[in-house]
Design a protein around this ligand. Structure first.
Ligand code: DQA
Length: 158
């Protein structure tokens, strides 16, 4: 079984003190430790990392395999950095994009993600809960069958 990589991009190391009205007061370390615990309880390796360097992020994504799963919050790179979706496609790793804030309800430049087309989907606007929902999905997918989606695509209702 592969691992789940949780990759946080630019400026996310400041969570907890950064614009708490928008991003909440939870720190990145608190989010990571809960995600690691979720992985431990399910018997799946979870590797959490943060970087402010685009090249380092692309390098980490390139180390992933199609057997792994990627949960990524690219921060502001979401809206501008085509190297990130290119790296995800090259790795062939299934991915979910997450954001703490609702990027569709903020400045217009945030509404567009250049990363989302390379992902299975996007979860945003739920604070740290966006990460936990993504982790639930990733764990179900890796340990059994995630409801609502088969390997081939989205399931029909029964
Ligand atoms: C963010 C949203 C981005 O627009 C912003 O640049 C961030 C954080 C979020 O998690 O809400 O750095 O990715």
């Amino acid at each position: 079984m592969g691992k789940i990589a949780v990759l946080h991009g630019i400026n996310l190391q400041t969570l907890g003190r950064r614009e708490p009205d928008i991003y909440g007061r939870v720190t990145l370390e608190a989010i990571n430790s809960r995600l690691r615990r979720m992985g431990r309880e399910a018997g799946v390796e979870v590797d959490c990392r943060q970087t402010n360097c685009e090249g380092e992020m692309a390098g980490w994504i390139a180390e992933l395999d199609p057997d792994d799963f990627l949960i990524i919050n690219p921060g502001a790179w979401t809206h501008t950095h085509y190297s990130i979706p290119d790296a995800i496609r090259a790795a062939g790793t299934p991915a979910l994009e997450v954001h703490l804030s609702n990027i569709g309800a903020r400045e217009s430049f945030r509404a567009r993600s250049v990363v989302a087309p390379a992902c299975l989907g996007q979860i945003c606007g739920l604070g740290a809960g966006s990460y936990y929902l993504a982790m639930n999905y990733a764990l179900e997918r890796m340990t059994g069958r995630a409801p609502g989606r088969t390997a081939e695509g989205v399931e029909e209702d029964e």
